[in-house]
Design a protein around this ligand. Structure first.
Ligand code: SF4
Ligand code: MG
Length: 322
């Protein structure tokens, strides 16, 4: 298996400024020492509650945001140190699909212009007729029709708009797609359709996905492996069946227990997480999950658990496991 992306010790801290001199008084530790790999052709699900740093992780990998520190290599190339020109070339291979198909499509542009825009940016299909041909192909590959290319975003449903977003991301033949909650803004009935399209496209074009979501049920079908994030850190990562059948971290267990279980014979105890996610400006000491953890022990507020392999690449960070 080839690693297409390697993320090592990635940090993204946002300064918090205050006072008339706008002095930096603290930092929001949005991404705090995150490491993971993505293998070619797989889907890695990245899951956690809102504000845990998953979108920031995605944006920092693509350098839509500049990292505070760490390493990101894409096919062996060190992304974070590339100059603008080199970055532009490599950007073609890494595209993003955004959460909100309403906000991410320019309402004044036709579908043809929206989907064709990345082609222009990257100097591909310079002749308008060639570009239109390519746009038609792309629309068809996401289940829309060529006749729809001269319409405007508001003429489409949420699910169709997200398909337009997918077509745009595919235009430049990317290898890696970071999908940031691509179905969260859609009706549940439409979510599965969009996920199925993403899966079909993955097979057809050999795509690799980082699929970001806020709950574990959304990524269950599409992921090969799943990483769970809490307060800027990955707390567990393993292959899908291990994660769903044998979750090690109490946070993962709580997220899983929140998924409705259709089979009454498999009814499980529900763990309700108390309280809100603490502020990433001043994360709790020790294990940052301790104020909400149903299994917390005295030691948990004092000692920070190590992120360790508990067998066959099943990594987790929890003091209970030692
Ligand atoms: Fe819970 Fe302690 Fe494990 Fe943290 S280290 S997840 S607080 S048991
Ligand atoms: Mg987000």
């Amino acid at each position: 298996e080839n690693k297409i992306l390697e993320v090592k010790n990635l940090k993204k801290y946002f300064p918090v400024k205050a006072g008339i001199f706008r002095k930096t008084v603290a930092h929001v530790k949005a991404v705090d020492d995150v490491s993971f790999d993505i293998y070619e052709g797989e889907t890695l699900g990245l899951v956690g509650e809102s504000g845990c740093g998953k979108s920031t992780t995605g944006s920092t990998i693509l350098r839509l945001l500049e990292a505070t520190s760490g390493e990101v290599s894409f096919k062996g190339e060190d992304i974070l140190s590339l100059n603008r020109n080199k970055l532009r070339t490599i950007r073609k291979e890494m595209q993003m699909i955004f959460q909100d198909p309403y906000a991410s499509l320019n309402p004044r542009m036709t579908v043809a212009d929206i989907v064709g825009e990345p082609l222009k940016i990257h100097d591909l299909y310079n002749k308008k007729s060639d570009r239109d041909e390519k746009v038609k192909e792309l629309l068809e590959s996401v289940g829309l029709t060529a006749e729809q290319m001269n319409r405007y975003p508001h003429e489409f449903s949420g699910g169709q708009r997200q398909r337009i977003g997918v077509a745009r991301a595919l235009a430049v033949d990317p290898k890696l797609i970071i999908a940031d909650e691509p179905v969260s803004a859609l009706d549940v009935s439409v979510q599965a359709q969009v996920i199925n399209i993403l899966q079909d496209l993955q097979k057809e074009f050999g795509l690799t996905y980082l699929f970001i979501a806020h709950d574990l049920s959304v990524v269950k079908h599409i992921s090969n492996r799943v990483a769970v994030m809490y307060l800027g850190k990955i707390v567990e990562i393993t292959n899908k069946s291990e994660l769903y059948d044998n979750p090690l971290h109490p946070y993962t267990q709580a997220l899983l227990s929140a998924i409705p279980e259709p089979n009454p014979e498999r009814k499980k105890e529900r763990t309700i997480l108390e309280g809100d996610v603490p502020s990433p400006v001043n994360p709790p000491s020790g294990c940052s999950f301790h104020p909400r953890c149903p299994a917390a022990m005295d030691i948990c507020s004092k000692v920070e658990p190590e992120f360790k392999d508990y067998g066959n690449g099943h990594f987790a960070s929890c003091l209970l496991l030692d």
